[in-house]
Design a protein around this ligand. Structure first.
Ligand code: ARG
Length: 765
């Protein structure tokens, strides 16, 4: 019998190799030593090691990796080597207060925030608060344009989103996968998930978010406590918070004061409340981050904690090809056309400009993102690199025993089969998502479409009890539609939507073959002789979906005949039906194949590289990334510094420009060079800096933290040269862009004169 000893870090996919025991034994331990018979892969002995930080340095490294906080010790030695001083317990402890208690999820993960005072003060990005700030603004009190600072707590404004604190993370892989087979997989996992949710939610006190990691090789439960009363404390004017606009977005060198501030409120006994209440008081947090006044230098340790939304680092070469050749170019083209229409009307009217500010920002951010990502993927030949990795994988499979070949032999074929389907139909989906869904009334119309089919059911139903049932469903639907109507029209400008509709339908007609569009739509547009303008005009002249009064009149006095005749409702219903019954149905089988291939491919990678630490893709769960303050070379003969200064703000300044103007008082205040403690003696004020941390969308607003657990900056962007980063991390190129915390303080204190807010913080000198 041949014996071998393998060291497997706990978070690796142990389950794949040893389906029953090891995962269980390892539950609360860091590593297992597995001793097994190498010929038949039967495990004969398991030895658990408690603490092996010594070995961690072999398996983890800085830069790439959005790591799971509960597995902090896997990376701890390397973090210490780079300059971390805090102990693991000071960072993540589920029994005592620790640093993680100062990190909050905004909403269900649209951004990250951090608590920076004992009175529940939240710091996040300006672009994270943007939509809330816009909603609180009017043309007469335009906080978005002019900035806002509450002089007292009573003047803080209800923000309309919640924040969640992480209570704990549990590895629930064994519970979720117990008894799971290929056949019962989806059903069993759903059942087990609801059991876990029930157990961990503490009768509804907590939200339990179950996260699949490594495509279903591992499962974690994230338990959160959610606070529903959050208020706006302050924001700089947009010209500071979004300085550089779309021109500078996703780029370095950067000079943006991308921050805004909120406060979390709790009941009088410091408990979470579901909603805003006048009786609530500022929350006393378990921990708040001290704010460092010491500044950052090249090489300094830096870690970022937050809620990265999604990455696709294990995407196959087929996936990269599909993205660069089919999906992304279409997204870029469609988004640009939408933005052109928005901008045309925004320029004409301040009220419209304000209404569409957040919608514009949302479309524009990923317009540029996809442009940069396609470019980056091609320049760095990511498809070629992935193909080489897949070839190495296949060679490894071929060199293995029957077990290995049986298990992994079909993976690449599965990818190919799935992508044959995607490639043939992807455009239909992309155009649906970007163009059809981009016509605003389409979404609002879905409920009305449902209502129309309910009325049809009602009229053909003879049975009295069933009729009454349908009627009560109708009443419920009407109630929900009434509730959503105010919000739908809050920032809606029909002339924009009409012009967007024409532009979108032109693409839809010209770029897609008829078989990629719903047959019912083809018939509908034929009635307008293919004239998209005529079709849009007809809808906008009469439909209840594009005018609030018409919508409310209808809902207060519903008339099934009117609904049936409404061309907007008809259009919307056709599109929803196509999405659910055509697109989803076609993709379902391919999705399953791809998901299975993903799971197996990752399991194989773990076996191929037993000494490598793999980080799971981002999925809106709390993660950390660590590294250093670092410069980079964007191209041949070029070197970028790791920080920017006030000098650069002035160099970019263009009075009257949309993107590079500054508030009226900015120049005076800056000219004084009255930087106080916010700059080192004799130095210019620092604005932004770079680190090699690994972040993505959702991390926006995340704290950048030094080795002592103090806040040094606020992460807000990535750099143009590494826009492929969500698919392939490039250590030499990829950087996180953060605003220096001292610039944030200067903006609050000197620019806004809101020193009382700075005084709330714990400054570390
Ligand atoms: N690119 C940043 C992100 O996705 C958002 C930057 C917002 N600023 C702007 N000019 N649009 O996190």
């Amino acid at each position: 019998m041949i014996l071998d000893v393998v060291l497997i870090p706990y978070h690796r996919n142990i389950i794949e190799l040893y389906p029953i025991h090891v995962g269980y034994y390892c539950k609360n331990k860091r590593f297992a030593i597995l001793i097994y018979n190498i010929r038949n892969m039967k495990k004969i002995f398991t030895l658990i090691l408690g603490l092996t930080t010594l070995l961690s340095s072999q398996i983890s490294k800085a830069d790439e990796g959005m790591w799971i906080p509960a597995l902090l010790t896997d990376n701890y030695a390397e973090m210490q080597r780079l300059g971390l001083v805090l102990s693991p317990e000071q960072i993540y402890d589920i029994n005592k207060s620790s640093m993680k208690d100062a990190i909050v999820r905004l909403g269900s993960g649209f951004c990250t925030g951090e608590i920076i005072s004992s009175q529940g003060l939240i710091l996040t990005n300006h672009h994270c608060g943007y939509s809330a700030i816009q909603k609180l603004s009017t043309t007469t009190a335009n906080h978005l344009k002019n900035g806002f600072w509450a002089k007292t707590k009573a003047a803080e404004l209800s923000a309309g989103f919640s924040v969640s604190f992480l209570v704990k993370i549990e590895d629930i892989t064994d519970d979720i996968l117990a008894g799971v087979t290929d056949e019962n997989r989806a059903k069993m996992i759903a059942e087990h998930s609801s059991e876990v949710r029930k157990t961990l939610s503490d009768s509804g006190a907590y939200d339990v978010d179950i996260k699949e990691m490594f495509s279903g090789n591992k499962y974690y439960a994230y338990v959160y406590e959610t606070f529903g009363d959050v208020r706006l404390v302050g924001t700089p004017p947009e010209s500071v918070g979004k300085y550089g606009g779309d021109t500078d977005n996703w780029m370095w060198p950067r000079h943006t004061g991308d921050f805004s501030m909120f406060r979390v409120y709790a009941s009088r006994d410091n408990k979470a409340t579901k909603t805003y209440s006048e009786d609530n008081i500022p929350y006393t947090p378990k921990h708040h981050l001290p704010v460092s006044m010491k500044g950052v230098d090249k090489g300094d340790f830096a870690m970022i904690w937050g809620f990265p939304g999604s990455t696709d680092r294990y995407l196959s070469s087929y996936g990269v090809k599909n993205a660069t050749e089919i999906d992304q170019p279409a997204r870029v083209k469609i988004r640009r056309a939408k933005l052109d229409v928005y901008e045309k009307y925004q320029k004409k009217d301040e009220a419209v400009d304000l209404m569409y500010a957040a919608k514009h920002a949302q479309v524009a951010n990923y317009w540029k993102y996809f442009m940069g990502q396609t470019r980056g993927l091609k320049r760095l030949d990511i498809e070629g690199k992935k193909r080489a990795e897949e070839a190495a994988f296949q060679a490894w499979v071929n060199s293995g025993d029957k077990l290995r070949k049986d298990k992994f032999g079909d993976v690449l074929t599965m990818y190919k089969d799935a992508y044959d389907v995607y490639d043939s139909k992807k455009l239909a989906e992309t155009y649906w998502m970007e163009a059809i869904y981009g016509i605003e009334f389409t979404k609002y119309g879905f409920g009305f479409g449902r209502l129309a089919s309910m009325y049809a059911m009602l009229s053909s139903e003879k049975d009295k009890t069933k009729k009454a049932e349908i009627q009560s469903q109708i009443d419920g639907m009407i109630g929900r539609l009434k509730e959503s109507t105010e919000g739908n029209f809050k920032d809606y400008y029909a002339p924009i939507d009409q012009e967007v509709m024409v532009a979108m339908l032109d693409f839809y007609m010209n770029d897609l073959s008829a078989d990629l569009r719903p047959a019912a739509f083809n018939e509908m547009i034929a009635k307008f002789k293919g004239n998209t303008q005529a079709m849009a005009a007809c809808i906008f002249d009469k439909s209840i979906l594009v005018n609030k009064d018409r919508a409310m009149n209808f809902l207060n006095n519903p008339n099934p005949k009117k609904l049936k005749k409404d061309q907007g409702v008809k259009f919307s219903a056709i599109m929803l039906d196509f999405y659910l019954n055509d697109l989803q149905a076609v993709f379902a089988e391919a999705d399953l194949k791809r998901a299975t291939a993903d799971r197996l491919y990752k399991a194989a990678l773990f076996q191929m590289h037993p000494n490598k630490a793999f980080a799971p893709d981002a999925n809106s769960s709390m993660r950390f990334t660590y590294g250093q303050v670092l410069d980079y070379s964007p191209g041949d003969a070029m070197q970028y510094k790791h920080y920017t200064t006030m000098k650069g703000v002035m160099e970019k300044y263009q009075p009257g420009d949309d993107e590079f103007d500054l508030p009226a008082n900015y120049l005076d205040v800056a000219k004084n060079q009255n930087y106080g403690d916010y700059a080192k003696p004799g130095e210019d004020l620092r604005i932004c800096f770079l680190t090699n941390n690994d972040i993505t969308g959702g991390n926006s607003g995340s704290p950048v933290i030094n080795g002592n657990g103090e806040l040094i900056g606020l992460a807000f962007d990535g750099n143009w040269e590494a826009m492929s980063g969500d698919i392939a991390f490039e250590p030499d190129l990829q950087r996180t862009i953060s605003v220096d915390i001292r610039y944030v303080l200067w903006c609050i204190d000197k620019l806004a004169g809101a020193k009382h807010i700075v005084d709330e913080m714990t400054l570390a000198r």
